[in-house]
Design a protein around this ligand. Structure first.
Ligand SMILES: NC(=O)c1ccc[n+]([C@@H]2O[C@H](COP(=O)([O-])OP(=O)(O)OC[C@H]3O[C@@H](n4cnc5c(N)ncnc54)[C@H](OP(=O)(O)O)[C@@H]3O)[C@@H](O)[C@H]2O)c1
Length: 206
């Protein structure tokens, strides 16, 4: 039972533009959506209300959908998701106490699927065990960024897995998986933009 963030961003850590993904509708980025779907299929997903709106106010199929919203906490039947929580604390409480009516899938992990506000809330509270990030080697027009400044504020994360895929004109897509560092282990700082530079150098030196 773990809490995991999953996010995709450009090389400036941007994740959103006017309530949508900055790369929305562009077919060359569809494979990241495939990765997202495969990772979260049949899992519990948690999203902020704006992200719910960005999905055209529809629950993601084949997942247990939880929405966090203070203003819309009483609209469960209208929103047609599994449950709406009025706060992150409420969600964590119900999750930890395992109330029967809270439909938890066989795999009890919670996938925090965004957006920026919700990522920040979970990181700030030190609740995140694992972070799965895709980074595109491009800069998109955007106005919402991943709150990377909270990545190392409470807990450290170490990189367990880093894979690259070359696409387009030598552009690379990086996929990294970080887990919370073990207590007592020296904190290794990895700025997300450094990860991009490091992976690029590795590829160029091959
Ligand atoms: N690239 C990616 O991986 C990715 C993933 C997800 C989303 N996105 C993008 O990110 C953008 C949306 O992000 P966002 O930061 O604007 O919004 P968000 O995090 O999706 O939702 C924010 C809303 O969630 C509710 N909320 C947040 N914290 C809360 C708390 N502690 N207690 C109760 N309610 C809380 C509030 O809703 P109420 O106002 O209703 O109370 C708040 O207005 C979109 O552009 C979307 O496409 C990108």
């Amino acid at each position: 039972m773990a809490i995991k963030i999953i996010a995709a961003m450009d090389s400036n850590c941007n994740i959103g533009k006017d309530g949508k993904l900055p790369w929305q509708g562009k077919p060359e980025y569809r494979w990241d959506m495939v990765h997202f779907k495969e990772t979260t299929r049949n899992k519990n997903v948690v999203m902020g209300y704006n992200t719910f709106l960005s999905l055209n106010s529809k629950a993601l199929p084949n997942r247990v959908n939880y929405v966090v919203s203070k203003k819309h906490a009483n609209l469960i039947n209208d929103l047609n998701v599994n449950k709406i929580f009025k706060s992150v604390e409420d969600l964590i409480y119900w999750y930890q106490t395992g109330y029967q009516w809270l439909k938890i899938t066989n795999n009890e992990d919670l996938y925090i699927i965004g957006g920026a506000e919700i990522y920040k809330e979970f990181l700030q509270a030190g609740l995140v065990d694992e972070i799965i990030i895709s980074i595109f080697d491009e800069k998109f027009d955007a106005n919402i960024s991943f709150p990377k400044e909270y990545l190392y504020k409470t807990h450290g994360y170490r990189i367990d897995e880093s894979k690259t895929k070359v696409y387009g004109n030598g552009k690379i897509y990086i996929f990294i998986r970080m887990t919370e560092k073990e207590v007592g282990i020296e904190h290794t700082y990895h700025d997300l933009s450094d990860i991009m530079k490091w992976n690029k150098n590795e590829i160029n030196n091959k």
